[in-house]
Design a protein around this ligand. Sequence first.
Ligand code: FRU
Length: 665
Amino acid sequence: QLYQEPDRNQSRFSPKENWLNDPNGLVYADGTYHMFYQYNPNGTGWGFMSWGHATSTDLVHWDEQDLALSYQPSQTTSADALTEMIFSGSAVLDEQNLAGFGDNALLAFYTSHYPKGSPQYPGRLIQAQSLAYSLDGGTTWARYEGNPLIDIGSADFRDPKVIPYIDGDSKKWVMLVTLSVERKVAIYESTNLIDWNLASTFGPVNAVDGLWEMPDLFPLPVDGDENNVKWVMLLSVGDGGAPNGGSGVQYFVGDFDGTTFTADNTQGEAVEAHDGELFEDFEAGYGQWTVIGEAFGSSPAEGTLPDQQMVSGYEGHHLVNSYRNGDASTGTLTSETFTINADYIHFLIGGGHHPATGSNETTFNLLVDGQRVESATGEDAEQLRWHSFDVSEYRGDEAKLRIVDQNTGGWGHINVDHIWFSDEPFEPQDTALWMDYGPDFYAPITFDNMPADRRVAMGWANNWRYAGAIPTSGWRGSMSLARELSLETVDGEIQLVQTPVREVQDLRDESTYTALPEVTLDNESTPLGEGLIDPRVAEVNVRLTLGSADEVGIRLESGEGESLTIGFSVEEGALFVDRRKANRQFIHPDFNSLYEGPLSVTNEEVEIRVYFDRSMVEIFGNGGETVLASRFFMSEGERTLHLYSKGGAAEVSSAEAWELTSIWP
Ligand code: FRU
């Protein structure tokens, strides 16, 4: 029965049991591809984060191995006081024994997440970068004694990605780590992989509405020209930050000189370059704010009371209102009185919260004469990022600011990075590029040490918005296909192009190959491979010539009346996936939507390549210029494929389909 469950993807990795999120430590060594991943060995929800491990010789068939790096359990009786969780990170092959553990040691760089209550930092949540090494090709791992390697006293500092940087004859190593709340990437450098120095920071810029996580940086030739190399930075943007409404992956194309990354796809200065007067005393540690309702600073080591804290003195200044696991709580913070001396008050506020385990509502109020005159609310502190109040009518009045935070569980905190006054309205720029326009592609990183200079990424096929609600039992979470990345000029702009790695073609069951003769569809649909292929796990490749149609595409239907539609909308100029009718049951309020990404069409031709799996689809438009990944949960039983046109005629120039063989033993 294992791996035969109706929702179990057959061409993509998932763990035998329990929870999986981000891919970690993707590395090739000695003929083997290693994939580590965020894993909860104790259950199907997020928690007890550790690194699971799987290996492959072809990037397609994966064998699950023993747990690589385990969380460290509580040394007290309180379950939320785990000593250390192993958050995301990367791995490299230390061929030259720079770190001194041995030739060809595998080194894993990960975030040590020390929850509040861990013995290392009593009363504070700290994320720091740590190292583990393996001398037996990734099977067993030892923690480096000098951990953590990098600790700046931050609660949101994670996901180290270590990359080689080669300049002529000299090689060094670079580590990217996100300062998630600040929307920055810290770039460190090292020659021995142990001692790291801060070289520069990047951001905040472009998509800043969600936390920044999981950075990566790599060079790629533009249009295959080795003399024109550009660097690509991948950055996952947390819940609320992506076009799909939840979490997604933005990227930057630019230049990297070993120290500083400069992005081309930005407009003007980073959004942080605001002028205006900072709130008095704010930078000085917010000492004048008053906490109402909850005991400030009283944080019993094992109690159930929420606690609020104001923390300053480490990188950045934050007003922090934070909560321990599992408690419902409200915290109110009120500023001292000040005089409104400008037309606008802007605030830059963020938060860290795990939506899988609770909710968090934040309200920011302006009080004049004790009355609330302006108010903004976000379901999560994240949604209030970069907010402004027009206060021109209160100029000269005495006022106070009040932040109210309500939390129903999980770990969470609000950080107020800056509050400032100015006479100018404030508009963050958005020239963001997105790697995947579907709802379910997050936290991708690329493999280190790939043969033949290939650049291959894998992502977690999920979205933090509803990750905990995925309706599988016994296991939860799936990876995407491995995707080969390149840079191409499309419509005059350099952009990422992605295709499934060529090894995926070996899954084609040639005996099921089906093709349609050229056919015109005039506002109608036609079956594809009816009775010949089972499209539950299949590759479909169609080329359509747009005529008078408004919409063309592919529909997957179940015997129970459910349907998943993949189409091109002429009016929107967009490739889309519509899963509103694709699910046998209610999953989450934010699950039933239509997702679309811009696709440019030349000569009226649209090419759509689709990789269907039992509970997900990855869609590659025009050779991978626009990509969408989406999970869906249809009823068990037969599924059928149809090509369709709507609102007019379109020609199917070619249509091919194969069943794909399973990657499972
Ligand atoms: C991204 C992420 C990372 C973190 C990990 C925790 O999905 O939030 O930033 O390291 O998941 O599981």
